[in-house]
Design a protein around this ligand. Structure first.
Ligand code: SF4
Length: 62
Protein backbone atom coordinates (compact mmCIF):
# COMPACT_ATOMS: atom_id res chain seq x y z
CA UNK A 1 0.00 0.00 0.00
CA UNK A 2 1.17 3.49 -0.81
CA UNK A 3 0.17 6.93 0.42
CA UNK A 4 0.46 10.29 -1.25
CA UNK A 5 -0.15 13.85 -0.14
CA UNK A 6 -1.37 16.37 -2.68
CA UNK A 7 0.79 19.39 -1.89
CA UNK A 8 -1.59 21.67 -3.77
CA UNK A 9 -4.43 20.75 -1.43
CA UNK A 10 -2.78 20.18 1.97
CA UNK A 11 -3.46 23.01 4.42
CA UNK A 12 -0.80 21.91 6.92
CA UNK A 13 -3.16 21.07 9.76
CA UNK A 14 -0.76 18.45 11.24
CA UNK A 15 -3.52 15.90 11.75
CA UNK A 16 -2.00 13.11 9.66
CA UNK A 17 1.48 13.60 11.11
CA UNK A 18 0.07 13.55 14.65
CA UNK A 19 -2.07 10.46 14.12
CA UNK A 20 0.16 8.43 11.81
CA UNK A 21 3.78 9.49 12.36
CA UNK A 22 5.10 6.26 10.83
CA UNK A 23 3.90 7.45 7.43
CA UNK A 24 3.48 11.25 7.51
CA UNK A 25 5.53 14.13 8.80
CA UNK A 26 5.34 17.87 8.47
CA UNK A 27 7.82 19.53 6.16
CA UNK A 28 7.31 23.20 6.80
CA UNK A 29 3.64 23.92 6.10
CA UNK A 30 2.97 20.69 4.23
CA UNK A 31 2.65 17.05 5.13
CA UNK A 32 4.90 14.61 3.30
CA UNK A 33 4.97 10.83 3.11
CA UNK A 34 8.18 9.42 4.58
CA UNK A 35 7.91 5.82 3.34
CA UNK A 36 7.79 4.26 -0.13
CA UNK A 37 5.53 1.50 1.10
CA UNK A 38 3.28 1.88 4.12
CA UNK A 39 4.33 -0.64 6.79
CA UNK A 40 1.60 -3.22 7.37
CA UNK A 41 1.21 -2.21 11.00
CA UNK A 42 0.51 1.40 9.94
CA UNK A 43 -2.00 0.66 7.16
CA UNK A 44 -5.10 1.19 9.29
CA UNK A 45 -3.90 4.48 10.71
CA UNK A 46 -2.84 5.65 7.25
CA UNK A 47 -6.33 4.90 5.91
CA UNK A 48 -7.83 6.76 8.86
CA UNK A 49 -5.53 9.71 8.21
CA UNK A 50 -6.78 9.81 4.63
CA UNK A 51 -10.40 9.70 5.78
CA UNK A 52 -9.82 12.34 8.44
CA UNK A 53 -7.88 14.80 6.30
CA UNK A 54 -10.15 17.87 6.21
CA UNK A 55 -9.32 18.67 2.59
CA UNK A 56 -9.00 15.10 1.24
CA UNK A 57 -5.37 15.67 0.31
CA UNK A 58 -4.26 12.12 1.06
CA UNK A 59 -4.56 9.37 -1.54
CA UNK A 60 -4.15 5.71 -0.66
CA UNK A 61 -3.18 3.13 -3.29
CA UNK A 62 -3.98 -0.35 -2.07
S1 SF4 B 1 -4.36 15.92 7.37
FE1 SF4 B 1 -4.45 16.63 5.24
S2 SF4 B 1 -4.39 18.86 5.35
FE2 SF4 B 1 -3.73 18.09 7.33
S3 SF4 B 1 -1.49 18.04 7.17
FE3 SF4 B 1 -2.26 16.01 6.59
S4 SF4 B 1 -2.48 16.06 4.34
FE4 SF4 B 1 -2.30 18.19 5.08
Amino acid sequence: MKAKVNSDTCIGCNLCADNCPDVFKMDGDLAVVIVDVVPSNAEDTAREAAQNCPVEAITIEE
